[in-house]
Write a protein that binds this ligand. Structure first.
Ligand SMILES: Nc1ncnc2c1ncn2[C@@H]1O[C@H](COP(=O)(O)OP(=O)(O)OP(=O)(O)O)[C@@H](O)[C@H]1O
Ligand SMILES: [Mg+2]
Length: 255
């Protein structure tokens, strides 16, 4: 199974939007897809129209602590399956303190969920335990970023983290790619950052770019992915192009 961890320590760059719609795009291409909500904000769970309150059957937290069997907490419906998140995840660090090998716990959970072609994990906006656990389970990291100059500095820090995880926890970890989100080609800044990205990290950015599109911001309010909510939108076209590229492109070594 390919496992993609969607990561960026910066908030609001499009991690959840990308996890949801890339997952839906891959499912539309015939792949069996599992989405994993590893963020205590549980935005992915809500965006998929699911109840994120822990009472409702449990989710990733209960699977990580051993209170529930992973198979029992996966929610199925139309589109990708979901291993839900909840606010309880905010307490996972203290709950698992002293647990040996806790960085491998997400991997253990996913190993108990066979039959998927690809899993996509939505990470929180920090490089804490949940993100490290997600990277410990991942074959690849996918980094969404906005076209801003400071985002390039953030990217360097992110690559440091990926290298640390690769050397200490997960020697298999590779880089799926860097994804420019909320892109506006009419702005000079967007074009300049894209050029800088290609210059410093050649071959790492996806050709697909996600443009600013209001339908992408509206769809989660209806519990729908972009292909269901607005199939003719730019957002649907951009995420379909990304899904095609992710499906076909081999992962790169972390630079
Ligand atoms: N291409 C886009 N066009 C318009 N709005 C977008 C786009 N991508 C994301 N958004 C909106 O921007 C906000 C942040 O996106 P999202 O939640 O995906 O980011 P995130 O990186 O997951 O945030 P966090 O770090 O808080 O988890 C959301 O309201 C989302 O609907
Ligand atoms: Mg998010």
């Amino acid at each position: 199974m390919r496992t993609l961890a969607v990561i960026n320590q910066k908030g609001g760059v499009g991690k959840t939007t990308t996890t949801h719609n890339l997952g839906a795009g891959l499912a539309r291409r015939g792949l069996r897809v599992l989405l994993v909500d590893a963020d205590p904000q549980a935005h992915l769970t809500t965006a998929m129209g699911q109840d994120a309150s822990a009472q409702k059957g449990g989710g990733l937290f209960e699977a990580l602590t051993g209170e529930a069997a992973p198979l029992d907490v996966v929610r199925t419906g139309v589109g990708p399956d979901l291993l839900p998140g909840s606010l309880a995840l905010a307490g996972i660090e203290s709950r698992l303190s002293g647990t040996p090998g806790r960085e491998a716990l997400v991997r253990r959970v996913l190993e108990k969920l066979p039959g998927y072609d690809v899993a996509v994990i939505d990470c929180p906006p920090n490089l804490g335990l949940l993100t490290v656990c997600a990277l410990g389970a991942a074959t690849e990291a996918l980094a969404p970023m906005q076209a801003e100059f400071l985002a390039l500095t953030g990217l360097a820090a992110l690559l440091d983290t990926l290298r640390a995880v690769r050397s200490r926890i997960n020697p298999e970890l590779a880089l799926a790619g860097i994804l420019l989100t909320r892109f506006d080609a009419r702005r000079r800044l967007g074009r300049e950052v894209a050029a800088r990205l290609d210059e410093h990290f050649p071959g790492l950015a996806y050709a697909a770019r996600i443009r600013e599109n209001v339908a992408l911001a509206e769809a989660p309010g209806f519990g729908q992915d972009i292909f269901t909510y607005a199939p003719g939108s730019r957002g649907a076209a951009d995420y379909a192009a990304l899904a095609a590229e992710v499906a076909e492109r081999a992962p790169r070594p972390i630079p």
